[in-house]
Design a binder for this molecule. Structure first.
Ligand code: GLC
Ligand code: CA
Length: 534
């Protein structure tokens, strides 16, 4: 386990939209470098940068054309290496985004794989044996008619993303390779080589895209895919012991034993995290569904869905709907690795979509006082808004969470000197769009609340990532929610009324708070919409 993860707080950067240093309308590495002091002063000590490699950008860079080449629109490999160095000088670690499940259809491996003549890459992707043949009994999407090779190939996500071949758990048809076939082995070695390439150049690890997607026809426990990650982890432990591996898997009970150091809890509509942040996040929120850019549906025909997000004022949220599942995962994995909770990410709607400043403060206070390794998505520290926009680079509904960072009241809100029409995406056009420069001056701003929270987390060792969580009070349909981390007691009341509860603890003062609360004579009391750390 890389020691630096224990007190890591990540800042996720969508490089397109963070800071444009050369006025071409799109963010770049040099832009990120100029903002490293800001990130450090905010209290984040690690970065996750979304894919920044050469790509035709049909899925915002998750369609990689060359794993070893920085996308020219962001800069050169040398610029990226300088970013690692500049970050390290400020005590900031950097994760790149590794996309092991698929490449772009424009990747040289895939181009070779399409050829009629057998070659080194023929089995780098998953091909059937006949031009009209389906993908077998597992229902994977496939494409035919695109290559001179007379077969169809499997996809991992969009049409532009052919699935790399890691073999099949149970190769029950002649075209399916086994997991120890030469083809599958070649893919594993190629991905290891990519990881070594960037580790040797100074990166600190990887956020791994669709980490569960490697072996096809895998069982429920992902036995085949897990075996590969264990092998990769063994390589890292030997040669790069400080390299961090964070999974996009959302199954810490599977991913951590497979070798990941951390795994995200994601906002699947049914997942535990969704119950906490909002009931229906990604695809099911009424406002999302009714947006004409996302569906052709008639908004009037979509039922109004109730939002029972726990941190929303008087929304009737129930913390046990989150905790039941979270605690099961936590207990099962706490000695193996970390659970990562997020403010949101480039695939979800921003939390400001359904929460106001105070509600966000309560949510963030919870996020940054829980065990594990938390992630803050750029802009969420200022409550940047979700915008309704036409799709860009395969974003669809996600595009609204990918707009330029709002730095100041200057041109394009300080993101870029380009003409407005040349911006990667428009900036928030509203008069009161939140911006960093103004919020920095306001002691009561969301930005300064986040900063003081992260300072608290940094200075209080009990609030680092380690598994010292104890639930003191969490009852279905009741408030407050109270938990302990070492010597610290954290308590939250999202409702509009005062609440109190008997707690088996001595008198204590608040060390951090929004709102008001007290802990005296065994009674913990919280005023409306309050979060207090005692
Ligand atoms: C992950 C990424 C998402 C991407 C997809 C395919 O879910 O977070 O942005 O579109 O994988 O790579
Ligand atoms: Ca630029």
């Amino acid at each position: 386990m890389p020691g630096w993860l224990k007190d890591a707080v990540f800042y996720e950067i969508y490089p397109q939209s963070f800071c444009d240093s050369n006025g071409d309308g799109i963010g770049d590495f040099q832009g990120i470098i100029t903002k490293l002091d800001y990130i450090r002063d905010l209290g984040c000590n690690a970065l996750w940068i979304n894919p920044c490699f050469d790509s035709p950008f049909h899925d915002a860079g998750y369609d990689v054309r060359d794993y070893k080449k920085a996308a020219p629109r962001y800069g050169t490999n040398e610029d990226l290496i300088r970013l690692f160095e500049e970050a390290h000088q400020r005590g900031i670690h950097v994760l790149l985004d590794l996309v092991p499940g698929h490449t772009s259809e424009e990747h040289a491996w895939f181009q070779e794989s399409c050829r009629l003549e057998r070659n080194e890459y023929s089995d780098r992707f998953i091909w059937t044996e006949f031009c009209f043949q389906g993908a077998g009994n597992h229902g994977y999407p496939y494409v035919g008619g695109e290559a001179e090779r007379p077969g169809t190939y499997l996809l991992n996500f969009f049409k532009c993303q052919p699935a790399l071949n890691y073999g099949w758990l149970d190769p029950d048809e002649s075209w399916k390779c086994s997991t120890d076939s030469a083809g599958a082995r070649g893919t594993i070695e190629a991905i290891k080589d990519v990881m070594r390439f960037w580790m040797d150049r100074g990166c600190d690890g990887f956020r791994v895209d669709m980490a569960a997607s490697l072996v096809k026809g895998d069982d429920e426990k992902k036995t085949g895919t897990s075996r590969i990650w264990k092998e990769i982890r063994a390589m890292l432990d030997k040669d790069y012991p400080e390299c961090a591996l964070v999974a996009e898997w959302s199954h810490p009970d599977l991913s951590l034993p497979a070798g990941f150091h951390a795994d995200f809890l994601l906002n699947e509509p049914a997942g535990p995290y969704a119950k906490l942040v909002r009931d229906y996040q990604n695809h099911a929120g009424r406002n999302i569904l009714s947006d004409p850019y996302f569906t052709g549906l008639d908004p009037e025909q979509i039922p109004e869905l109730e939002d029972h997000s726990f941190f929303k004022k008087d929304a009737g949220g129930d913390i046990t709907r989150f905790l039941d599942e979270y605690l099961r995962l936590y207990e099962e994995t706490k000695d193996t690795g970390y659970i990562s909770m997020i403010t949101c990410n480039h695939d979800t709607v921003r939390p400001s979509f359904n929460m106001d400043q105070r509600e966000l403060e309560l949510f963030y206070a919870f996020l940054f006082t829980m065990p594990g390794v938390p992630f803050l998505y750029y802009g969420d520290e200022i409550g940047q808004r979700y915008l309704s926009l036409r799709t860009k680079e395969g974003g669809y509904f996600r595009t609204g969470s990918r707009t330029p960072m709002q730095w100041s009241r200057e041109k394009n809100l300080g993101f870029s000197g380009a003409d407005e029409k040349d911006l990667y995406l428009p900036v928030d056009p509203s008069q009161d769009a939140p911006v960093v420069s103004e919020m920095q001056k306001d002691p009561d701003s969301l930005l300064n609340t986040v900063r003081s929270l992260l300072k608290l987390r940094r200075e209080e060792e009990d609030l680092h990532g380690q598994p010292n969580l104890k639930i003191l009070y969490a009852e279905s349909g009741k408030l407050p929610f109270v938990y302990q981390r070492g010597e610290r007691i954290c308590a939250v009341n999202p409702s509009s009324g005062q609440v109190s509860v008997r707690i088996d603890a001595g008198d204590r003062d608040a060390v951090w708070k929004v709102g008001e609360g007290s802990l005296q004579d065994g009674v913990l009391t919280l005023e409306a919409q309050s979060f207090v750390v005692f």
